[in-house]
Design a protein around this ligand. Structure first.
Ligand code: NDP
Length: 279
């Protein structure tokens, strides 16, 4: 019987996850199916139950995307430490009545930075822009890489301050750096080696009020949005930064989910090339 997986979200038509997981399955010889399911905003839990109960092979897992990651967190009967830290779940595993919630977004970002972009966060001054779900999911994985500094800047300054405070108290975690939370207006004169845009400003091509000083010499600028050249990417490139977009993070978080489900780590480079060659 073929194991069944899916990605659930709204909207979902644009999702590249079915294609990515089909390529992973082919490459690793795993027998599985993976479908995209569009769910109304009030229908997430019901959709998961229906997917688990559906006929065919056993339902083994689901990826969860906007706007259901917090609801998936609440639905999980058990959660991994990284899901707890993120406060959101993007990967569910189903096993004998248990629903395990995990979050692979942070691991995906860190792998993309280190393995695809040659940018090790260790020893770097990091500026994280945004304080929404995507930012929250990557803070702990970034802190665990031992940067020298992590500043979270957000349009709504209080949200950044709250997030920084929350991640300053991490009992049981070997984290040397305490993040700082601030507003864009307070970044003048400050410089960073890695600037990560985790805002959704790029989706509306809004320009962030960032001083050029934030891009230190040899800075890497990372845009989580993919598939378009955003105002942030243009600004960073003009300031001399090396620029990456979020396609690699998408593929790497999928590979991490595949590993969680199947115990096999797929090669991501050929999949990334395939997506870049034929978006
Ligand atoms: P949320 O809605 O949770 O948060 C949005 C964030 O963007 C908030 O911090 C918000 O600030 C800020 N923001 C929105 N518009 C503007 C603007 N015009 N100027 C300045 N700040 C703005 O979204 P997510 O955190 O879930 O997602 C953020 C982005 O990351 C999305 O574009 C998403 O596509 C991308 N993403 C990419 C992934 C990948 O694999 N590549 C994975 C996950 C996310 P405020 O608090 O002031 O409202």
């Amino acid at each position: 019987m073929t194991d069944r997986y899916c990605v659930i979200g709204n909207p979902i038509g644009h999702s590249k996850s079915p294609r990515i997981h089909a390529l992973f399955a082919k490459q690793t010889g795993q027998d599985l199916s993976y479908e995209a399911i569009l769910v109304p905003s009030d229908g997430f839990a019901e959709a998961i139950r229906a997917f688990i109960a559906a006929k065919g092979g056993p339902a083994r897992g689901a990826n969860v995307t906007v706007p259901f990651k917090e609801e998936a967190f609440r639905l999980a009967t058990r959660r991994t430490a990284r899901a707890e830290a993120a406060g959101a779940v993007n990967t569910l595993s189903f096993d004998a009545g248990t629903i395990v919630g995990d979050n692979t977004d942070g691991a995906g970002l860190v792998r993309d930075l280190k393995h695809n972009l040659g940018c090790d966060p260790a020893g770097r001054r990091i500026l994280l822009l945004g304080a929404g779900g995507a930012a929250r999911g990557v803070i702990l994985p970034l802190l665990l890489e031992n940067p020298t500094e992590l500043v979270i800047a957000n349009r709504t300054e209080e949200t950044a301050a709250r997030l920084a405070l929350e991640f300053s108290r991490l009992p049981g975690c070997a984290v040397a750096v305490k993040p700082d939370g601030t507003g864009f207006g307070r970044l003048a004169g400050r410089a960073f080696d890695l600037v990560i845009n985790a805002t959704s400003a790029g989706l509306s091509n809004a320009v962030l009020p960032l001083p050029t000083s934030v891009f230190a010499p040899r800075c890497v600028a990372y845009e989580m949005v993919y598939g378009r050249e955003t105002a942030f990417m243009v600004q960073a490139r003009d300031a001399g930064a090396r620029v990456g977009d979020g396609l690699g993070m998408l593929v790497e978080q999928a590979a991490e989910a595949f590993f969680v489900w199947r115990g096999v780590r797929p090669q991501t480079a050929p999949v990334l090339s395939a997506l870049k060659g034929n978006p």
